[in-house]
Design a protein around this ligand. Structure first.
Ligand SMILES: *Cc1c(COP(=O)(O)O)cnc(C)c1O
Length: 413
């Protein structure tokens, strides 16, 4: 049991980039009694959540739901479409891309990991961990693969370890320009329902997502959005799979059911979350996250600290990575902030561990929640002895005051 004096009163500030704060409406929906997953009421729920997810993924095609974390849905994407020894082209954008590549190795695939060379002079961080996917490198590699040995291109849309997005449409164009038949698989576990994402329009074959980030649910369910080409590939793919197999799931989903016991109460939550998101409309949801991100970046700039994403064209609307000055242990800073102000920030992962922290701006949040978060960070920076150029809180207040939510909604419409 965590000592209660660490959370004396008020709400904990869960400002990590997933799990994200869950709206009360969703929590209440999840507290309804569990029902018979083979009964008539369930089919209504099952069909409703699948139809709602299709709107959020912006697809006409099937979406499989798994009672698993996002990692399970990663495995499902690979296991349903590929055969042992298949070559896959992956791109190192950060820790999540690296973990997916490690999984491909463990499944007996042959991943080739493209990455940008070099280290950034300003921060000492790997260049590839500050930028998005370079579609030109993918095109070049595919053009050199005349025999079409590469079966899939796998990229992360919103790299949660860095706060950098990637231009998925440009990856599609690169594959088409090389006239290469590889499948395109995209992880948008942390991007979906916060950052614009278009499964069909961008020609993605398998999109992987999860519940606990933009969808504002607790962890525990995850998704594969499919294309007809991915479904066709699954007919001949030889990697072993049973629990993850799309065929039975897609078949039973037509009636609103699953081949095994689905996560009923999380599906109640999903139904409610989809209502919230679709009532607001996707353009409004995306605009809200872009605006929050801009306010948070205004704060980071005012502190005089580097934003981890070095390319303004691909700033993440979901989270912001903040690089600490050389010699400042970002994890010690995070721990101080947690202890003193009951605020959780995301830790640096993999190659950037200790060099940065992450501020999540997703889930059930608003301007004042984010201002309080920034105040916690600013106090922590000062207490930890990190020199700051100016007040980030002041900069974010000015940004939010000068840019009303309604104006950004209108701009999105
Ligand atoms: C969170 C996350 C994952 C891992 O999902 P789990 O639910 O922790 O298994 C994978 N990729 C990205 C981009 C993520 O943000």
């Amino acid at each position: 049991m965590i000592p209660l004096d660490q959370h004396p009163s008020g709400r904990h500030f869960l400002q990590i980039p997933g799990p994200s704060p869950v709206p009360d409406r969703v929590l209440r929906a999840m507290s309804l009694p569990t029902i018979d997953h083979r009964g008539p009421e369930f089919a209504v729920l099952g069909k409703k959540v699948i139809a709602g997810l299709q709107q959020v993924f912006q697809t006409q095609h099937p979406v499989a739901i798994y009672p698993a974390s996002g990692t399970g849905a990663w495995e499902a994407a690979l296991a349903n479409t590929l055969s042992p020894g298949d070559a896959v082209l992956m791109f190192e954008t950060g820790q999540f891309a690296a973990l997916w590549q490690k999984m491909a190795l463990r499944l007996g695939l042959k991943p080739e990991f493209l990455s940008l060379p070099g280290v950034c002079a300003e921060t000492g961080l790997p260049n590839g961990w500050r930028r998005g996917v370079d579609a030109g490198l993918i095109e070049q590699r595919l053009r050199a693969d005349g025999g079409h040995a590469i079966r899939a291109v796998c990229v992360v849309h919103n790299e949660t370890s860095t706060g950098v997005t990637s231009d998925i449409a440009s990856v599609r164009r690169a594959i088409d320009a090389a006239r290469h038949p590889a499948l395109l698989m995209v992880d948008t576990i942390s991007g979906l329902a916060s950052a614009d994402y278009r499964h069909d329009a961008w020609g993605v074959d398998v999109t992987i997502s999860g519940s606990q980030k933009g969808l504002m649910l607790p962890p525990g369910i995850s998704f594969n959005a499919l294309s007809p080409k991915a479904l066709a590939a699954s007919q001949t793919a030889k990697l072993p799979r049973s629990f993850w197999a799309w065929d039975e799931i897609v078949e039973m989903n037509r009636g609103g059911y699953w081949p095994y016991t689905p996560n009923t109460n999380l599906l109640y939550g999903l139904s409610e979350a989809l209502d919230i998101i679709l009532e607001q409309g996707l353009p409004a949801v995306f605009a809200r996250h872009r605006r929050w991100a801009e306010g948070v970046r205004a704060a980071v700039r005012a502190w005089g600290l580097p934003i981890q994403c070095a390319d303004p064209a691909v700033y993440s609307p979901v989270l912001t990575g903040v690089v600490t000055p050389p010699g400042v242990d970002a994890d010690a800073l995070r721990q101080l902030i947690h202890r003193r102000f009951d605020l959780s920030l995301g830790t640096g992962l993999g190659k950037v561990k200790g060099r940065m922290f992450r501020i999540g701006h997703l889930g059930d949040s608003n301007d004042l929640t984010l201002l309080a978060t920034l105040a916690g960070v600013e106090m922590g920076l000062k207490l930890h002895g990190v020199p700051v150029a100016g007040s980030g809180v002041q900069a974010a207040m000015e940004y939010f005051a000068a840019h009303p939510q309604n104006a950004s909604l209108k701009a999105a419409a």
